[in-house]
Structure formats: structure tokens, C-alpha cells
Design a protein around this ligand. Structure first.
Ligand code: FES
Length: 122
């Protein structure tokens, strides 16, 4: 009985967190483990990834969290809401694979998600 309890309490608890890959415009890559339920924006801000300022704190009112999602990931993400589409119209050089990183919620399904940060936000 003691051995079982010791194993439970003394073994390191492994918590898997999805990795999100952020590429800056100057070819720096940040691979960050982001907790499920946070947004891609929050993962960047909490880890000082340059180029994602998130001035509105995720309120979908600034577009300073704009990212380009790698093509093979774009169709795996939930669809944009109308408000996100409207805000992306005001972003710097939006492209078909543009998203607001504050609207992408991290989950195990997004492990390995890769985004590029527009140069204007650097
Ligand atoms: S943080 Fe402002 S729109 Fe995403």
C-alpha cells in the first residue's frame, strides 16, 4: 500500500501541453507549450513572443494579434466568426490564411500549429 501511494505522490506528473510554433518575420522561431484553453495570442504574450501585441487583450478590437496560419493547418481550425473577418479587414496585409490569434483556442488537436507573424507587427 505504501509503495502505491509513494508512486502516486512522488512520481512527476506529466501534463501534456500542445506546442504552438510562432515564426517572426525575421526568421526567429519560438516553439511554446501552451496550456489547453488559452488562446494562441495568450501563449505568445505570456512568453514574450515579439510581434503579437494584443492591444485589446483579446476583445477582437485591434488586430495586433494578426497571424498567418500555415496552409496545412488553416482548414483544421474552427471557422472565423463575422466579427473576426471584419477586424481582419483592418489588419496589415490580410491574406486568405489570416486569423486573429486571440480567436484560436489551443487544444490537443492543435499540437504543432504553426503561425507566421506579419512584419508590420514586429
Ligand atoms: S488581441 Fe485585439 S483583436 Fe486579438
Amino acid at each position: 500500500m505504501f509503495c502505491i501511494l509513494a508512486l502516486f505522490f512522488l512520481s512527476p506528473i506529466y501534463i501534456h501541453m500542445p506546442k504552438i510554433i510562432y515564426n517572426t518575420h525575421d526568421n526567429e522561431t519560438y516553439t511554446i507549450e501552451v496550456q489547453n484553453g488559452l488562446t494562441v495570442m495568450e501563449g505568445a504574450v505570456q512568453n514574450d513572443v515579439p510581434g503579437i501585441d494584443a492591444d485589446c487583450g483579446g476583445g477582437m478590437a485591434c488586430a495586433t494579434c494578426h497571424v498567418y496560419v500555415k496552409e496545412d493547418w488553416f482548414n483544421k481550425l474552427p471557422k472565423k466568426e463575422d466579427g473576426e473577418e471584419d477586424m481582419l479587414d483592418m489588419a496589415f496585409e490580410p491574406k486568405p490564411n489570416s486569423r486573429l490569434s486571440c480567436q484560436i483556442i489551443v487544444s490537443d488537436d492543435l499540437d504543432g500549429l504553426e503561425v507566421n507573424i506579419p512584419s508590420k507587427q514586429a
